[in-house]
Design a protein around this ligand. Structure first.
Ligand code: NCD
Length: 306
């Protein structure tokens, strides 16, 4: 396993062994008292061409908790992109100013292009509807902590499975383990066919449906997602599916008592706040886990842990 100087662009860049190693390291890190100077003198650049709250702030928090520093932008209109600079030119500059880069961009493939332009590590924090690998790392960490294992689980993914990058990365990562997947979405927002073909090839059991109720009874993990309004080419098409799944406390009456509900956040209306205080809710815990998981990743990629 070689993490030093690796780019993390797709969840496919990590083998099962590497995923498991990262999860173990994050657990180990939590108890590590001497980690506050681990990344002293190192600089993380955060280039956010799309909105973010958790991903950007948890990367910054992780870097600062390890003694490093951060710089970047969250409004591309205030960067030279607004003057017409190409992404690869921007990257060449950022390479001279920092040691590691986190990038979020609306175009699929932008993170790969960014990584190919420079030699310091680049982490994809979301490229269009394609991939969001570090969200998946913290999702796996959260499932592991809550369920004790990533095997023998039924995981239901609900909502916008077409444009949601978190579920694309998560489904691929879970295909390394012995899981069943239930994909709950309106027909027009189903999982991409090529991803389903990949699961079939790996002999992963999955089911596609548009109804949420049966999934609540069958699943160990319910992974809710937001309808990705900004990715719809047509506002009328969005209106047809907005608010299609709204999970309320009342609906959880018949749920598997051990069901845990996750969501990458932000939520719009798909989880009613009445669910928050139930023992099923795991989404705020999940968001908190982003910091320790990203600490582990930054330390590995910068070669300060092996
Ligand atoms: C997700 C994203 O950006 O893909 N947010 C996140 O990083 N936690 C989910 C979303 O925006 O719906």
């Amino acid at each position: 396993m070689r993490f030093k100087h690796k780019d993390i662009i797709s969840i496919r860049d990590l083998s099962k062994e590497e995923l498991e190693y990262l999860l173990t390291l994050a657990t180990r890190m939590e108890g590590m008292d001497q980690r506050h100077d681990l990344l002293k003198g190192r600089i993380l650049a955060t280039l956010f061409y799309e909105p973010s709250t958790r991903t950007k702030l948890s990367f910054e928090s992780a870097m600062m908790r390890l003694g490093g520093r951060t710089m970047g932008f969250s409004d591309p209109k205030a960067s030279s992109a607004a003057k017409g600079e190409t992404l690869s030119d921007t990257m060449k500059m950022v390479e001279a100013y920092s040691d590691i880069v986190v990038i979020r961009h609306p175009l699929e493939g932008a993170a790969r292009l960014a990584a190919d332009s420079i030699s310091i590590p680049v982490i994809n924090a979301g490229d269009g509807a394609n991939q969001h690998p570090t969200q998946t790392l913290l999702d796996l960490y959260t499932i592991m902590r809550s369920k004790g294992s990533l095997d023998k689980l039924t995981v239901a993914m609900v909502g916008d499975l077409k444009y949601g990058r978190t579920v694309h990365s998560l489904a691929t990562a879970l295909s390394h383990f012995s899981v069943k997947m239930i994909f709950v979405s309106p027909t027009q927002l189903g999982m991409p066919r090529d991803l389903l073909a990949e699961l079939q090839e790996k002999r992963i059991a999955f089911q596609e449906t548009d109804s949420l109720a049966p999934a609540l009874e069958a699943a160990d993990i319910l992974y809710m997602t937001r309808i990705q309004k900004e990715r719809f080419p047509d506002a009328v098409e969005y209106e047809k599916v907005r608010g299609v799944y709204v999970l309320t406390k009342a609906m959880l009456g018949k749920a598997n008592p051990k069901l845990r509900i996750m969501h990458p956040l932000p939520r719009v209306d798909e989880i009613h706040p009445s669910v928050d205080a139930t023992e099923h809710a795991l989404y705020f815990e999940q968001a908190k886990n982003g910091v320790i998981m990203r600490e582990a990743l930054l330390a590995l990629l910068l070669g300060r842990l092996a």
